[in-house]
Design a protein around this ligand. Structure first.
Ligand code: COA
Length: 244
């Protein structure tokens, strides 16, 4: 169990549980959360005991209602508030985690909330989840990768509609758009995520990491290079297994 203020970090049987923990503010992402997440993700990435990560939100109402608006309002300007967020590349760090990361989201999944989940490998949503990007209404654009990760996940047309019109979607539509892998009853969200995790844990840890890497890195490459990457990773994996 961790001693952080706005993030809970727990580790059990190869699973790292990271919980956004500001339920009174719908787990809004503030600078403290940025700093703690940065630290936790670094620890997780370098911890050989951690094989899979589950990211979730505390409380009944939200996974995360986006950036903390009170920080936007108290900072000298939204630009300065935003600059502070760029100082630590939390999203780059989340994407650099070699272990599979599963987001288990419920309630409000807004702004940085949806963007954080998009940096994860799999997304499980409960039936009450609602997704949206309120940035347009605040005169800003996403700052946690959303303008890049959302179209790569749900396609350009649907992403642009969410980005430009600020339209929110429910869990059913999120599933139809392939924003989430699965929708489950609220009460089963964590157990379903754990069921999925246990399946992943039953496989060879290197094979799991290499498969993630092949997909993640390969998607940024032309097909021929992606195929070469797959062949290289396959050979490396076999060589590592031979050694063992
Ligand atoms: N930043 C800071 N505090 C937030 C927050 C945010 N993004 N979202 C919610 N909160 C706080 C509220 O101020 C409220 O605090 P209070 O109880 O001290 O007044 C508490 O969380 C509960 O939120 P509330 O608005 O009462 O809940 P609701 O169910 O009526 O509405 C939302 C939920 C998500 C529709 C509404 O809170 C909202 O629009 N939040 C802002 C979303 C946003 O624009 N995020 C920024 C994206 S860049």
């Amino acid at each position: 169990m961790s001693s952080f203020e706005v993030v809970i970090y727990e580790k059990q049987d190869g699973i790292a549980y990271i919980t956004l923990n500001r339920p009174q503010a719908l787990n809004a992402y503030n600078i403290k959360m940025r700093d703690e997440l940065y630290e936790v993700l670094g620890a997780v990435r370098d911890d050989s005991e951690v094989e899979v990560v589950i990211l979730k939100g505390a409380g009944e109402k939200a996974f995360c209602a986006g950036a903390d608006l009170t920080e936007f309002l108290t900072a000298p300007s939204p630009i300065i508030a935003r600059k502070a967020r760029f100082e630590r590349d939390v999203w780059g760090r989340l994407l650099s985690v070699e272990q599979p990361v599963i987001a288990a989201v419920h309630g409000y999944v807004l702004g940085s909330g949806i963007e954080m989940s998009l940096c994860c490998d799999l997304r499980l949503a409960s039936e009450d989840a609602r997704f949206g990007l309120p940035e347009q209404g605040l005169g800003i654009i996403p700052a946690a990768g959303g303008s890049q990760t959302l179209p790569r996940t749900i396609g350009q047309a649907a992403a642009l509609e969410m980005l430009l019109s600020g339209r929110w979607i429910d869990a059913k539509e999120a599933l139809r758009l392939k924003l989430v892998n699965r929708v489950v009853p609220r009460a089963d969200l964590l157990s379903e995520a754990e069921k999925l995790v246990r399946k992943i844990l039953s496989y060879d840890r290197m094979a799991v990491r290499y498969a993630k890497q092949a997909v993640r890195r390969g998607l940024d490459l032309p097909l021929a290079k992606g195929l070469a990457l797959e062949a290289r990773l396959g050979k490396q994996l076999m060589a590592a297994e031979d050694k063992e």
